[in-house]
Write a protein of this length. Structure first.
Length: 167
């Protein structure tokens, strides 16, 4: 399996993959593929990686800037992340996240934050120990991993693409 940056001809495949991966999920509102399109259109898609196996794109992860208490300060958000349904639970998502975090560190990022299940993302080094908040969500699912400097404290806000109506 090869993990690489998205190419222009991957855009439609990423869109279809994201829709299919999130459609059966109880927590999905169907906004994930449009978020990726808006991130790309606004220039906020800092890092977009695909997992390719035998020429087929089987996974995708997006990273975009976030603010904490109104300041970007080198922090990024993870998500959406998608893996083709027939390839889930085989380590593809974990590999995409690991490679994305490695590349963010190379770019000089201070850290990465996400909203997600602590049982899943905790195994990847993320912690939801309470210093970050996001809207009225349980702070345990507002997670982060710090690459340099102190752990963040404050209100986490994702790129404007996440704030579109219906999300």
């Amino acid at each position: 399996m090869l993990i690489r940056p998205e190419h222009p001809d991957d855009v439609d495949v990423i869109d279809r993959l994201t829709v299919a991966a999130f459609e059966p999920q109880w927590f999905s509102d169907g906004s994930e593929a449009p978020i990726i399109r808006r991130l790309r259109a606004s220039g906020d898609l800092t890092l977009s990686l695909v997992a390719e196996d035998d020429g087929d794109v089987v996974g995708h992860v997006a990273f975009s800037p976030v603010t904490i208490d109104g300041s970007h300060d080198g922090w990024f958000g993870l998500g959406p992340i998608s893996v083709r349904l027939d390839r889930q639970r085989r380590g593809i998502g974990r590999a995409l996240v690991a490679e994305g975090l490695r590349r963010l560190q190379e770019l000089g990022a201070r850290g990465c934050a996400l909203i997600g299940d602590p049982a899943i993302y905790g195994r990847m080094g993320f912690t939801g120990d309470g210093p970050l908040s996001h809207l009225d969500l349980d702070r345990a699912i507002v997670q982060h991993v710090t690459f340099s400097g102190p752990s963040p404290r404050g209100e986490l806000r994702f790129a404007p693409a996440f704030d579109a109506p219906g999300h």
